[in-house]
Design a protein around this ligand. Structure first.
Ligand code: FAD
Length: 230
């Protein structure tokens, strides 16, 4: 089943990352971590995108990296207010902070992998992660760093340039400065290489795999969202 949603805005955060805002369809109910499949013009090709807005907001927003030559992301980037985009019902299995009543939790994201964590932070104003690690390639890829700094203990890594106030290097290097905590839930989202590396490090440090929650957006070969060395 597909429905349509009306575009409110495409706002470029940096040269490659944009925020897509849709009017919230009346039928849409979701929890942080849910995705919608957004369709290209032909109505046949779709890609999943994680919702970045809060579950109680009147609009639905996504953080998208525009991949030149891609079938869906450039199409979304070229939308203008009033256009319609075909969307699927929400789906997902990645649930940031789902065990917050039992265990503290940590978020780790590369690039647009912050989207489900934004949704959580906007939906659950009383809940704070123990720490949030956010890696990007360039400082202009950062989405709302000032808001994040107010909202939770955030550590930001910029891999490909030295940017004032941020760690210069990989988000994994920042994370591994402290030992893993076996009693903590870790939520990892973004690039597969980051997810694999952090998973190995956590498991070696005694964190059981059931406390390591993962959502992969991109494979490392076409894109690097703040993981590789500058
Ligand atoms: C569960 C899930 C949630 C996701 N959520 C998000 C999200 O919130 N935000 C988001 O941005 N993405 C998200 N993604 C990724 C998204 O679904 C698409 O894969 C992505 O937008 C690319 O789709 P596309 O149709 O534009 O590109 P495709 O048509 O799939 O083309 C990608 C291909 O183009 C080539 N290519 C494209 N760009 C480059 C480049 N820069 N360098 C080198 N080669 C390139 C590569 O061969 C690559 O395989 C998510 C993925 C999953 C699985």
């Amino acid at each position: 089943m597909t429905e349509e949603a009306v575009v409110r805005q495409v706002r470029y955060v940096g040269p490659e990352v944009f925020e897509l805002t849709l009017e919230r369809p009346a039928w849409l109910r979701f929890v942080p971590g849910d995705c919608l499949a957004l369709f290209a013009e032909n109505g046949r090709v779709s890609r999943p995108y994680s919702i970045a807005s809060g579950a109680h907001e009147g609009e639905v927003r996504f953080l998208v990296r525009c991949l030149p030559g891609g079938e869906v992301s450039p199409y979304l980037a070229s939308r203008t207010p009033g256009d319609r985009v075909a969307v699927s019902p929400p789906f997902g299995w990645f649930r940031p902070g789902e065990h917050r009543d039992k265990r503290p939790f940590v978020f780790v994201a590369t690039g647009t992998g912050m989207a489900p964590f934004f949704s959580f932070l906007r939906t659950e104003p009383e809940s704070r992660p123990l720490a949030c690690y956010y890696g990007v390639r360039m400082a202009h890829d950062l989405v709302d760093p000032e808001w994040l700094q107010q909202r939770c203990p955030i550590s930001i890594a910029v891999s490909r340039e030295a940017a004032p106030g941020y760690h210069h290097g990989r988000v994994t290097a920042l994370l591994t400065q402290a030992p893993p905590a076996p009693g903590v839930d870790y939520y990892l989202c973004g690039l597969d290489a980051m997810i694999d590396e952090v998973t190995d490090w956590l498991q070696a440090g005694g964190v059981p795999i059931q406390h390591i929650h993962r959502e992969c957006f991109f494979n490392a070969s076409p894109i690097d969202e703040g993981l590789t060395r500058p």
